[in-house]
Design a protein around this ligand. Structure first.
Ligand code: FES
Length: 173
């Protein structure tokens, strides 16, 4: 039921026509990414050949393939390493948490929007991600387990589904 609603919201037709439109859209957006590759948006074009879709707004269901032997994902080769990318228009921070696990979260702390790719640190013992700006802490699912005592509403961090079998994996928005 929810899938049908999503398709309706995105104006995506069903069946073969849907596949054609998806293909055209991917090609179009990959071309946009290619145009941006000379500038600051270069990470947008990572993996375009494997049908990732990039857009100005978050797009549910979009996937990004990654390889920790290639930039910008090389920091994920080490446990505790972080990488920054964009999936479906959403900035993402990825964290190598164990030898076999990579997690991905929205790269924006829900407290006051610090980029966790810059301020976040992963505690391998507690299995928690801390924001260096004011001390908010999130568990591996993005649930806020500690929050600044400033009267703001404790809010969870959006987590994304990741599949990982070193050295490659997929993030799904
Ligand atoms: S912005 Fe992350 S704790 Fe304040």
């Amino acid at each position: 039921m929810a899938k049908a609603a999503d398709q309706h919201d995105l104006g995506v037709p069903s069946g073969d026509a849907r596949a054609d439109v998806g293909s055209d859209r991917r090609e179009f957006l990959c071309k946009i990414g290619a145009l941006a590759s000379a500038g600051a948006l270069a990470p947008l074009v990572v993996g375009c050949e494997s049908a990732e879709v990039f857009g100005p707004e978050p797009v549910a269901g979009v996937k990004l393939d990654f390889d920790i032997t290639k930039e910008p994902f090389k920091p994920l080769a080490d446990v505790g390493g972080k990488a920054k990318t964009i999936v479906g228009g959403t900035p993402i921070v990825m964290v190598r948490t164990t030898a076999t696990q990579v997690l991905a979260f929205k790269d924006e702390c829900p407290h006051k929007q610090c980029p966790l790719s810059a301020t976040g640190s992963w505690d391998t013992g507690k299995k928690q991600l801390s924001c260096g700006c004011h001390g908010a802490v999130f568990d591996a699912t993005g649930k806020a387990v500690s929050w600044p005592k400033d009267g703001t509403t404790q809010t969870n961090l959006k987590a994304f589904k990741v599949t990982f079998a070193s050295p490659t994996g997929t993030v799904q928005a």
